[in-house]
Design a protein around this ligand. Structure first.
Ligand code: DNO
Length: 359
């Protein structure tokens, strides 16, 4: 890779902590249960009820933080404050939404939450074509196949789409997808740069580390542009605004879906601009096809020991979380976000970290 990130020692203080995603008071995986997982001390959460584009008030972030702290855990990461489509599309109305975003960042900083994870994927967040693929051991996992994605009929809106999608009606969705016809990859990069140039100084002042999540899967879906797909893309992001607060989320599973991505090399190159790590595993099952697996290296294509070793080597000291567990032991719940397999993943990741000499 051409340019490596400079190791700027003036990095703001983020503590390395093993974290767990919590979807708020309605999550059946309660804070009380999370507290019983050995080694997990941090929570990753968000205010899911706030409409995209609105300001997150200080009081609302503070309430979330206090609820987490009542369980003797700390709110380590906000994942995510979603970026309004008008910003990604570069519409004239974007400035208003960027101002709101800046205000949310300031409030998150004031509430002393050190990391903000976000993404810049047009229309859809992560996408899968199967939420319960049966694995040989009797568990189920999320899976993706490009050929199956092509069978999904978006003229029915997003109702049929498995995954993490904002619910759009058929009419809204077709208007939005049409609007992206004039936004190619370079235009999307321009719109990302416009956004970063405005939000990063605010994040720096608020002591919040911005952590851009890679696109999942890391290629175009439904003909929409996707740009955060590789180590090269990460380098380009951190070069847009050369400030410590402008960083990325290293998501092993998202990046590994493309066999061209060498995870260890990406970590070495991006270095201290990795502010947050999602450590999950996948197994590639064909071209543009994969299924998720248990976290250990021998379950899938991610060399998790190599990933953790490289994070340690570059001096990573941010939050880490296990991600997208399988459904095991008869657990029913939100696909990818049950308790058991993610908890197994967390203790495994902690063991690897200890094994490479981390504290
Ligand atoms: C999937 C997650 C993503 C992630 C967002 C970040 O489970 O990793 O939904 O939260 O893309 O904005």
């Amino acid at each position: 890779m051409a340019v490596c990130a400079s190791r700027d020692e003036s990095q703001q203080k983020i503590t390395r902590v093993l974290t767990f995603r919590w979807f708020g008071p309605g999550d059946p995986v309660t804070l009380g249960k999370i507290r019983q997982i050995p080694v997990v001390r941090g929570i990753v959460s968000a205010l899911f009820e706030i409409p995209v584009g609105d300001v997150w008030s200080f009081e609302s972030v503070e309430r979330l933080r206090d609820e987490v702290e009542r369980h003797d855990l700390r709110l380590s990461v906000i994942e995510s404050v979603p970026v309004h489509e008008d910003i990604k599309l570069g519409r004239a109305t974007r400035d208003r939404y960027i101002d709101n975003y800046c205000e949310s960042i300031s409030n998150i900083g004031r509430a002393r939450v050190p990391v903000l994870c976000y993404n810049f994927m047009p229309v859809f967040d992560w996408v899968r074509t199967d939420l319960a693929r049966a694995l040989p051991d009797g568990s189920t996992a999320l899976a993706f196949e490009d050929s199956a994605l092509r069978q999904i009929d978006l003229s029915r809106g997003t109702a049929d789409l498995p995954g993490w999608a904002t619910r759009y009606s058929a009419a809204e969705l077709s208007k939005l997808i049409d609007a992206y016809r004039s936004v190619d990859e370079e235009k999307l990069w321009d719109n990302l740069a416009y956004f970063l140039e405005r939000v990063v100084p605010v994040a720096t002042a608020a002591n919040v580390a911005m952590a851009l999540h890679p696109d999942d899967p890391p290629w175009s879906v439904f003909g929409l542009p996707r740009i955060i797909t590789s180590g090269r893309a990460f380098e380009r992001v951190i070069g847009i605004v050369d400030a410590e607060a402008n960083g990325v989320t290293f998501c092993a599973g998202s990046l590994a879906a493309d066999p061209a991505n060498d995870l260890v090399e990406i970590i070495r190159c991006v270095g201290r601009r990795i502010h947050f790590a999602h450590c999950r595993n996948i197994k590639r099952t064909g071209p543009r096809a994969f299924q998720e697996t248990a976290h250990p290296s021998d379950s899938g294509d991610v060399d998790m020991r190599g990933v953790i070793g490289a994070l340690r080597e570059v001096g990573f000291d941010g939050p880490i979380r296990s991600d997208h567990g399988r459904m095991i032991w008869g657990e029913a719940g939100q696909p990818g976000y049950g308790l058991y397999d993610r908890a197994l993943g967390a203790t495994y990741l902690h063991g690897l970290w200890e094994g490479v000499g981390g504290d």
